[in-house]
Ligand binder design. Structure first.
Ligand code: 2P0
Length: 352
């Protein structure tokens, strides 16, 4: 092992879940499998510089978000590294300066923990290879490990390690899947889902009233938990068939049911809470009416927040943009939308 200074950098995207991870078991393991597609433009760029620690028992982590020291995130990453020490013991022999920027605004309805934790996990895997002098470990194992480290930081981040359609969680009918890390679904995706669009409509930029971490905890004694976990498995298995057949009608019904179930679980937790807002419902109703009238296969999903992800095939881009501009923008904060689409996954970068 070489105690030499160095720097590693990765860019990693956020993702949008179609089958939702909501509820945990054990330590950071999912109570049900989930499936997402990885976004393209909404990315975090992270550079991690490391240098031998002056005091390994109290190694330091300093994180700069958009050029400014962020104490809250520095502490969060230090706590994350402390947890990882069991798996990466050399971490404590270094101090860290982490420079991170997001290409999307904070609290914009895009899961920044997914892009941030996946970028950091990839940096850790690169550093691990450099420190332990293994330059040619198998590529698949590299990503598997990165997904495992990312999951420990934030569950949904496990899926951002890969591009395209990605599942996380053991699925009996899908060999190679695991609760420990995500798996890309590379085969059998119908061309209609290529570059599938996700236009994110910002209804509210504010901090969430209830964090996802707490929301997951509330699933532990939830009266509907076991039925929900069964539904997720069944929806995921059906969605895999739908993705391969290009069956947009069933895609829409499954993904919209998943969004409603996620928020239904929140409302029926003890205590219950509501993250949707009146304009979330206005947008959802307008999307459903427009779809019925125009026949355009546009649908919605929701993350753990009030903002609406509008999903549609690439060929309908112009039409849906017109619909958004004419009918939906009035319900968005300062008319804000972010047009993203399915992307190819993380990339190793160099610091600019
Ligand atoms: C998902 N969400 O599958 C679901 C759907 C939000 C709604 O995973 O505690 O930030 O860090 O593992 O991943 C958000 O929760 O939770 C989430 P932690 P995470 O994307």
């Amino acid at each position: 092992m070489e105690l030499k200074s160095g720097e590693v950098s990765w860019q990693s995207p956020s993702n949008i879940a179609l089958i939702k991870y909501w509820g945990k078991k054990g330590f950071q393991l999912p109570a049900n499998p989930s499936l997402s597609f990885t976004l393209s433009k909404s990315v975090t760029r992270t550079s991690m510089a490391y240098a031998p620690a002056s005091d390994p028992e109290h190694f330091k982590v300093e994180l700069m978000l958009n050029g400014k020291i962020n104490q809250q995130f520095s502490d969060k990453v230090k706590a994350y590294f402390d947890i990882l020490l069991e798996q990466i013991p050399f971490l404590k022999f270094f101090d860290y300066e982490i420079y991170t920027v997001n290409t999307f605004p904070h609290s914009a309805g895009i899961a920044s923990s997914a892009s941030a934790m996946s970028a950091l996990a990839l940096c850790l895997c690169d550093m691990e290879q450099i420190i332990s002098n293994v330059s040619n470990s198998k590529k698949t194992k590299f990503y598997e490990k990165a997904s495992h480290y990312a999951r420990i930081g934030s569950g949904s981040a496990a899926r951002s390690i890969y591009g395209g359609v990605v599942s996380w969680g053991k699925i009996k009918t899908l060999p190679g899947t695991s609760d420990l890390y995500a798996t890309p679904i590379e085969e059998n995706i119908h061309p209609v889902f290529e570059n599938y669009n996700d236009s994110i409509l910002i209804v509210n930029r504010g901090e969430k009233k209830v964090s996802s971490r707490h929301g997951h905890q509330l699933m532990t004694n939830h009266p509907f938990a076991s039925a929900r976990y069964k539904q997720a498995v069944s929806n995921l298995e059906k969605l895999l068939e739908v993705l391969s057949a290009g069956d947009l009608e069933t895609f829409i019904s499954i993904t919209e049911q998943e969004a409603f179930t996620l928020h239904g679980m929140m409302m029926s937790s003890m205590p219950g809470y509501i993250l949707m807002e009146p304009n979330t419902l206005n947008i959802i109703n307008a999307i459903r009416s427009y779809r019925a009238e125009s026949g355009v296969p546009v649908s919605f999903t929701l993350d753990a927040g009030p903002n609406v992800h509008v999903l549609y095939p690439q060929q309908y881009f112009q039409q849906v943009q017109e619909f958004i501009n004419q009918e939906l923008l009035k319900w968005c904060v300062s008319g804000t939308t972010i047009n993203d689409c399915m992307g190819t996954g993380p990339e190793r970068i160099s610091r600019k």
